[in-house]
Design a protein around this ligand. Structure first.
Ligand code: ARG
Length: 460
């Protein structure tokens, strides 16, 4: 028996319809969740006196056998079944007979699949949260070692003001920390148990929904049974979170690609995390970053598919909802493949500190500080801005940095310049005097890093 229904039908399902309708091809990965949910459902039916102890025991044993046979490869999940729920139930009936036929008492596939997906997504969310923590640890270690690695900070991809590698990577630390807490928030709303909602209107059996919820690690049972079987908000939220996370990884990738380019040479990727060209022998390409950047599109697409699938659905369950699985699985698979690879790529990257520092010195990133120097000597900021602007123009013409001009030359632009200007506009001074909270100055940065370190440790 491959099908759970058929009594009211007089014809076999058309083969093309069956293939179109079946979901076992992709929902087979829910077998663990399905079996676990069935186990607790049966136990609850037993406790409530709805099933005999004997039947309960037979069901538990049967389900345990199915689980271990699937895991050992002895039992293959084959495509003659409609979905994973049918597969497990049909197998159980084959193994234990009539007791197996009692498992579905007080349950519908609608609340069953709602439960399975929540259990699966909750595990996925926890897995991805762990992966993010690992990536955060990798970033923080690089930050800790690079509070004095100077580099240009950019706006419009034009050199703007000097900063440090620790400060630049700290921005990604913040993005990914938000991704982590966002997924944690979403997990709270996800963690309610829909089992017991039945097809849509609950059931006449005296189910103990709170018991089931607790046994399955949920905070509580869901409240409205129609909503319980037709809610996919938690998935939409999770896919939104994954989309934002992937967007962050994509931005990070883009920067590393730029930094790895022949022109920048700020970083060198490890050979084990780069690939070559079939024709150009000199090539070493940052493919991991490019693939991560490319895969974002899939995750956005997955989110958009699910949003669109849900948008016109009347209450309660509709078969459209079967379309939640492939995008959800794809987004989860994609994100969870990207995060650890990205972390490893980052851990093995070599930062070319000299090139970063030279680049910071070469781009007039100290122009604001030169203006501030004049402000300190009584020049109004707007005038100082104009003076330094003309000075920069002169330097471009001469092919020199501001600090490479002599004091006499500087004085032709303003008589307020003195010998101490060179110290005032040195890279180290420019960075380390930026001490507002969140700024790159070493003291400010060390404070942020220490706070991030204790936050990270508190999550473990
Ligand atoms: N395969 C279905 C899904 O993924 C399971 C629920 C089926 N329920 C139903 N009434 N046909 O949504």
């Amino acid at each position: 028996m491959a099908q759970l229904w058929g009594g009211r039908f007089t014809k076999q399902t058309d083969a093309a319809v069956k293939a179109f309708n079946d979901s076992i091809g992709f929902d087979k990965r829910l077998y663990r969740q399905d079996i676990r949910g069935s186990m607790i459902h049966a136990r609850m039916l037993g406790r409530q006196g709805i099933l005999s102890e004997e039947d309960c025991r037979a069901i538990e044993e049967g389900l345990t056998g199915i689980l271990s046979d699937i895991e050992s490869g002895k039992l293959e999940i084959t495509s003659e079944y409609e979905d994973i729920h049918s597969f497990v139930e049909a197998n159980l009936i084959d193994r234990i007979g009539d007791a197996g036929k009692r498992l579905h008492t007080g349950r519908s596939r609608n609340d069953q699949v709602a439960l399975d997906m929540r259990l699966y997504t909750r595990d996925a969310a926890d897995g991805i949260r762990r992966q993010i923590l690992h990536l955060l640890e990798t970033i923080l270690e690089i930050m800790e070692a690079n509070t004095e690695t100077f580099m240009p900070g950019f706006t419009h991809l034009q050199k703007a003001q000097p900063t440090t590698l620790a400060h630049h990577l700290g921005a990604y630390f913040e993005m990914l920390r938000r991704d982590y807490t966002r997924i944690s928030d979403c997990r709270v709303r996800m963690n309610e148990c829909p089992l017991g909602a039945g097809a849509l209107a609950g059931t006449t059996y005296p189910l103990d929904r709170e018991y089931v919820a607790k046994e399955l690690g949920f905070d509580c049972a869901t409240r409205n049974s129609m909503d319980s079987v037709s809610d996919r908000d938690y998935l939409l939220e999770f896919l939104s979170d994954l989309s934002i996370l992937m967007m962050h990884l994509s931005r990070f990738s883009e920067e590393l690609i730029i930094w790895n380019s022949n022109e920048y040479r700020f970083v060198e990727m490890d050979d084990a995390f780069s690939t070559g060209s079939s024709i150009m022998p000199q090539k070493k390409n940052p493919d991991i970053c490019e693939l991560v950047r490319g895969k974002v599109g899939r995750v956005y697409g997955d989110l958009m598919s699910l949003l669109t699938a849900m948008k016109g659905l009347p209450l309660a369950y509709n078969k459209d909802m079967q379309e939640d699985k492939e995008p959800a699985f794809d987004a989860i698979d994609t994100a969870s493949a990207c995060i650890p690879l990205f972390a490893e790529m980052l851990r093995t990257i070599r930062f070319n500190k000299k090139a970063m520092e030279i680049s910071a010195m070469r781009g007039f990133t100290n122009a604001t500080d030169a203006a501030d120097y004049l402000v300190g000597r009584g020049v109004p900021f707007r005038d100082a801005h104009g003076i330094i602007g003309r000075l920069v123009l002169h330097c471009i013409d001469q092919g020199k940095a501001i600090e490479e001009l002599s004091l006499d030359e500087l004085r032709t632009f303003s008589d307020r310049f003195d010998e101490d200007v060179f110290e005032a506009i040195s890279l180290r001074t420019c960075v380390n005097r930026r001490l507002t909270a969140g700024a790159p100055g070493e003291k400010a940065m060390e404070k942020e890093i220490a706070a991030s370190r204790s936050w990270l440790e508190a999550q473990a």
